[in-house]
Write a protein that binds this ligand. Structure first.
Ligand code: PGA
Length: 227
């Protein structure tokens, strides 16, 4: 648990150290409100230039929509990096065969593995777009969005609406060498407590993190207030 004001700096420092130790780090990165201050903090202190970044998930929106995850990651992190990653990979929701696109992405992830996955915690317990109902073996796939997730894209300035997305599956995420769960703010305190204490199962996909190796929860004081 980290004091609220210091959260981003502490996590960014650790992340920069990981990149220093292993410059060719293969990372899976989320978008959303939680990582934004972290991304600002890490931008000028870390060297990403030998790394590979996989975008964690994507909404079923047309190219150019500001709420596309690849656009959000550009705005919040990539365009601000002094040393941007050598490779950037993302899911294409306009691919002619979406199932083949998910399989392509999953194979890319599998071939070199994922060294470090960063995850936000959905208010409904989702990880990426692995919504409630997803179990630990869920593959990388096309998903129907939970209503709260679909409504939430407005906060990214979405021009279109969508009720579907694509996500790296639970199975691939849980196989990461290291997983950092990022949780900030008092509005996440109840779901964080449930994630760590309730029964592990598909109604709360984040609970499966308790069965994975190498999971680290980076919670600020407000998010950890019920622990
Ligand atoms: P947030 O979203 O970081 O915007 O709270 C987390 C998530 O839905 O995964």
């Amino acid at each position: 648990m980290i004091p609220d004001g210091g959260w981003a700096g502490v996590v960014a420092g650790e992340w920069a150290r990981r990149l220093q130790q292993r410059p060719a780090l293969r990372m899976c990165l989320p978008t959303g409100s939680t990582p934004r201050p972290l991304y600002s903090a890490v931008a000028h202190q870390a060297d990403f230039s030998a790394s590979t970044v996989f975008v964690l998930d994507e909404f079923g929106l047309p190219e150019g929509d500001p709420a596309r995850c690849n656009q959000i990651l550009q705005r919040d992190l990539l365009r601000n990096l002094t040393n941007p990653p050598a490779h950037l990979e993302n899911l294409d929701p306009q691919a002619p065969d979406l199932e083949a696109e998910c399989n392509r992405y999953d194979m890319l992830l599998a071939q070199g593995g994922i060294h470090l996955t960063l995850l936000g915690l959905g208010s409904n317990g989702h990880l990426g777009l692995n919504e409630p109902g997803s179990d630990a073996s869920s593959p990388t796939r096309v998903v129907e969005l939970a209503p709260s997730t679909a409504e939430g894209i407005d906060k990214y300035g979405a021009v279109s609406e969508t009720d579907w997305g694509m996500t790296v599956g639970m199975a691939r995420l849980l196989a990461s060498d290291e997983i950092w769960l990022l949780v900030t703010g008092s509005h996440k305190s109840e779901i964080l407590a449930a994630t760590l204490k309730d029964v592990v199962g598909p109604s709360l996909p984040a609970s499966y993190l308790r069965e994975a190796d190498n999971v680290f929860v980076w919670a600020d004081e407000s998010a950890a207030s019920l622990l």
